[in-house]
Design a protein around this ligand. Sequence first.
Ligand SMILES: [Zn+2]
Length: 280
Amino acid sequence: MKIHALTTGTVRVKHSFLFPSRGPRRQLDLFLPGDFSDPLPIHCWAIEHEGKLRLVDTGECSSARDVPFARMDVAPEQELPGAMAAAGLALEDVSEVVITHAHGDHIDGLVHLRPRALLNEVELRFLASPTARVMRRVLRQPLPPGFAPEPFALDGGPFGAFPRSRALTDDGRIVVVGTPGHTPGHVSVICVDDSGRHVLLAGDATDSLEQLQSLRADAVGPDTGVHVATLETILAHCAEYPTVYLPSHDPESAARFANATTVSPARVVGGRLLAASGQR
Ligand SMILES: [Zn+2]
């Protein structure tokens, strides 16, 4: 198995996005004036395994509009075709795309692709909801032209600490797991690499490893309780299996990926000891 880290430009996000207030100001602050972060990567991932090339997410396009809490910086040559060429990969070799969630910086690159794109059925239903429709209009973030992903269900039973999963390969080495929170149907993809490490392509499950280890819900998810429960599940998985944790926008993802750095299995989380046994 060979995994490639792709980067389709950068995004700067508001401080209140990375470190939200509690209570009603959690989402309100996103729309008020505030400082922005340094540029963060917009990663997506390519996986070569058993003669197939899969993508997890497709990155952003140069035509993307900013939103009040995120400013995109994507040059045309940084879009998916350029990012893949930089990794020595060809777009036409892609056979399948898995989408972690339907935000623009993860799906806009679909305009460059023909093969089927898979999206959790929960996320697809959420996209059709009045709330999601209104938010897309208010934030001027339309779905990409021709957006027609194939829904799938997480009906494969538990995988590690994750109660819901679906294997994408017969050998069970590429597995989609449910990581709801950032969006209701958010998923992550775990690749069991040739050394047996779990490479967790986390999408926007969190923005950083620090956010995961702080068990901090983000500013945009509809239900902070659901989000924190997912973060606990991810940490429990990291305690059970050597896991390389790779969120799409963590500036340290590329280095952790390159060095195969796994999440330390034992650490104090919110005053509780997360033991190597996976105990929470
Ligand atoms: Zn997102």
